[in-house]
Ligand binder design. Structure first.
Ligand code: 13P
Length: 249
């Protein structure tokens, strides 16, 4: 089923004390929308964040994981480790992981498989670079990213996947895609899913937009029919701003 989701990707920000502070500020906010609220603190604070939001309407999710179940992968975290502390959702394929940590469509396909095999929900990110958009290639790039990492899956797997379109040129730049640009791409994504998996999978898919979503532009972006929520970076580090976005539905 299609849902409204607003997820905060904290990236590599906030130590333990700041995590505690931000979570207690988030708890003081009031949710007036039907959006599911998620936060993705860094690995070291996941357990603490999970424990301190047990009674709250906030899901704590992970920013990444490895594709292997376990083994000699120094510095990495497995799906089983995340599950062992109660984490049920993982962000995969963020453009920063692709750009700085050499994540490829192939390695992401493996990560998606491992997450699903561990009954985790995946927020799968993709999006074009500025040069792709300038060349008019944004749809081709997005189509390739989705097909390469996801189109080996059975239709039933898509119940456990949320898509997040994040144009790289809009991340952390203050320059957001216009609501029309977001809508056009989200409609294209649905069409791409429809071509392989049919209308039910396409219509039921929750598709988030990410890239400089702020309290002052969230309402307009979320008003578009194919935009089901947001993956929020900078604005997720401030409780009031984050809930202004959550409540923009
Ligand atoms: P900003 O909201 O800071 O542009 O970041 C978006 C993002 O990368 C969320 O994953």
């Amino acid at each position: 089923m299609r849902k409204h989701i607003v997820a905060g990707n904290w990236k590599m920000n906030n130590g333990l004390i700041q995590t505690e502070t931000l979570i207690s500020e988030l708890k003081q906010q009031t949710k007036t929308s039907d959006a599911e609220v998620m936060i993705a603190p860094t690995f070291t604070n996941l357990w603490h964040a999970f424990e301190s939001t047990r009674q709250d309407d906030i899901e704590v999710i992970a920013q990444n994981m490895h594709f292997a179940e376990n083994g000699a992968y120094t510095g990495e975290i497995s799906a089983g480790m995340l599950k062992s502390i109660g984490i049920k959702t993982v962000i995969l394929g963020h453009s920063e992981r692709r750009a700085y940590f050499n994540e490829t469509d192939d390695s992401l396909a493996k990560k998606v498989d491992t997450a699903l095999a561990n009954t985790m929900r995946v927020i799968f990110c993709f999006g074009e670079e500025l040069s792709d958009r300038k060349a008019g290639n944004e749809e081709a790039v997005v189509e390739r990213q989705i097909k390469n990492a996801l189109f080996h899956l059975e239709a039933s797997a898509f119940k456990h996947i949320v898509l997040a379109y994040e144009p790289v040129w809009a991340i952390g730049t203050g320059e957001t895609a216009s609501p029309e640009q977001a809508q056009d791409m989200h409609a294209f994504i649905r069409k791409t899913l429809n071509s392989k998996y049919g209308e039910t999978v396409a219509d039921d898919m929750t598709i988030l937009y990410g890239g400089s979503v702020k309290p002052n532009n969230a309402k307009e972006i979320f008003s578009k029919p194919d935009v089901d929520g947001g993956l929020i970076g900078g604005a997720a580090l401030n409780a009031e701003d984050f809930y202004a976005i959550v409540n923009a539905f």
